[in-house]
Design a protein. Sequence first.
Length: 192
Amino acid sequence: MSGSWPMVVFDLLVVVGLVAAAKAVSDTMSVGAGWVWFLLLSASFVFCFVAVPLRVLLVRQQQSIMRQTSEARRQASTDPLTGLPNRRSTEGFVADLLAEGIPFTVAVCDLDHFKNVNDGFGHDVGDSALVLFARTVRRVVRHTDIVVRHGGEEFLVILPRTFKDQAVGVLDRVRLELAVAVADTGSPAYTF
């Protein structure tokens, strides 16, 4: 709504201008000035009570469409289970890094034997494992790093301004934190 106020003020200034013009015309004309005054006031009335509210309505509708479009884009680029960016987002992240000439490392994280978790414990437990993995990795990596659910049980960690040795250190911290996180759930032992 804040973007519509300048337009409303402009519209009201137009109405004031129309009324001032009606007054000036009626002062200079002796015959039919009442009709000129009436027509200009009628135009001002229509402008004020029809055009201005319609413009405000259109601005609100445009803002609503922009919000909905933004939300649709966000949903299209976000994995609903983990809340991480999805595979579709990866191209944009990588393209931005390449365009800016920023070196980066990509780590591919695949949860081995994940099918056994789903088959043995059910898909709800499998989903919980994916969420636990995603949350743990997101919490451990640096705020500049990007964690993406690439598909199924495969995740990517994009580490900007990071070379192999640094990436190994970050991923080792992730591995240790995952071992602690799984131990805290009381789940069967898995290795990382």
